[in-house]
Write a protein that binds this ligand. Structure first.
Ligand SMILES: NC(=O)C1=CN([C@@H]2O[C@H](COP(=O)(O)OP(=O)(O)OC[C@H]3O[C@@H](n4cnc5c(N)ncnc54)[C@H](O)[C@@H]3O)[C@@H](O)[C@H]2O)C=CC1
Ligand SMILES: O=C(O)CCC(=O)C(=O)O
Length: 312
């Protein structure tokens, strides 16, 4: 009998990615946020494919005695215990370039939506209120965008918002090589003092958790808006709520939350917050690219064959 390796898909992947898995493997699905279901299903898996919702920690890795490969169909690896996986001899592969354009476009959409107060204006209109003076916005042209984390996504956001006439400043002490034309690198404090819009594009790790807290929010302009399309927890949510309620800053746009799914939070009740349910990478193009990237890598790891010969 020909036993095919088992690929466990624990978060929704694009149909194109699922088709690319082909017939050399047995594909199984489970809901990675259902812990008992995940622990049971991973026991027989040779490869595990996830997005950001499934937490792959030591408990999952200990339950996965056959596992050789974890594919993270996206950028952030904060939901995977990479050091422990490495210790267990499990390869971890992400798709670092697959969704960055989508995440950058989402960030720009949130910046524009915040500047023109699109969400509260649309909500009021749906409730039958035509309130033009209440929703006077601000122009972005001539204002300053502060990018915290000038990596792939931060750079794409900087390029796009420069086309709207924004001056770009950035903070990134780990950046190697030069800075894109027209972008000025500043200390975090200087950036916070200067920026009209602050946008966060950092990985979530021990250094960045809580990086934007009470003191940092207090350093921002009262007219400034904070955008986070990176990870919840990098911005202290309690401190942000207090800053928004007291008028210390003017608004926030949040695609990510400390605990996800986040359907109850005092932040969701504020008129000056534009919240989205972690949609930065949720485009068909990004999902196809991210899914196919990890499927190709999984097939290569399982069969030790060049990926090109395996994926249609
Ligand atoms: N909302 C969403 O759907 C998505 C969210 N993301 C998140 O965005 C994050 C950033 O993605 P990329 O730009 O592709 O990563 P990247 O690795 O290209 O860039 C991150 C940048 O942050 C800088 N950095 C690290 N620590 C820093 C610190 N303490 N202060 C200032 N800068 C620091 C690094 O030097 C690097 O230039 C990902 O780690 C992921 O968590 C990514 C894709 C989609
Ligand atoms: O849709 C997803 O998987 C989340 C994308 C994301 O946050 C990431 O790639 O880091």
């Amino acid at each position: 009998m020909n036993i095919r390796p088992i690929v466990l898909v624990a978060d929704p992947l694009s149909p194109v990615a699922l088709a690319a898995l082909g017939s050399d493997v047995e594909v199984r699905h489970c809901d990675g946020t259902d812990r008992p279901a995940l622990l049971a299903a991973v026991e027989r898996a040779d490869a595990l494919l996830v997005r950001s919702a499934t937490r792959v920690d030591a408990e999952v890795l200990d339950a996965a005695s056959r596992l050789k490969f974890i594919g993270r169909a996206g950028v952030g690896l904060d939901n995977v215990d990479v050091p422990y996986a490495t210790l267990r001899g499990v390869a971890v592969v992400n798709a670092p370039a697959a969704n960055v354009v989508s995440a950058a476009e989402m960030t720009c959409a949130l910046i524009l939506a915040s500047a023109r107060r699109l969400l509260p204006a649309a909500t009021a209109l749906r409730r039958g209120r035509w309130e033009r003076p209440r929703f006077t916005g601000v122009e972005l042209s001539g204002k300053t965008l502060g990018v915290i984390g000038l990596g792939r996504i931060g750079t794409l956001v900087a390029e796009r918002m420069a086309a709207f006439g924004m001056d770009i400043v950035a903070h990134d002490p780990h950046r190697e090589g030069g800075c894109p034309d027209g972008v000025k690198l500043l200390s975090l404090q200087e950036l916070l003092h200067r920026a009209d819009v602050v946008t966060v594009h950092l990985p979530k790790n021990a250094e960045t958790i809580g990086l934007i807290g009470r003191a940092e929010l207090a350093a921002m302009k009262p007219t400034a808006v904070l955008v986070n399309v990176a990870r919840g927890g990098i911005v202290d949510e309690r401190a942000l709520h207090a800053a928004l309620v007291s008028g210390q800053i003017s608004g926030a746009a949040l695609d990510v939350f400390d605990r996800e799914p986040c359907t109850e939070s005092p932040l969701l009740e504020l008129d000056n917050v534009t919240p989205t349910p972690h949609l930065g990478a949720s485009t068909s193009e990004a999902q196809d690219r991210a899914g196919v990237t990890v499927v190709e890598a999984a097939l290569q790891a399982l069969f030790d064959r060049p990926a090109d010969s395996l994926v249609a």
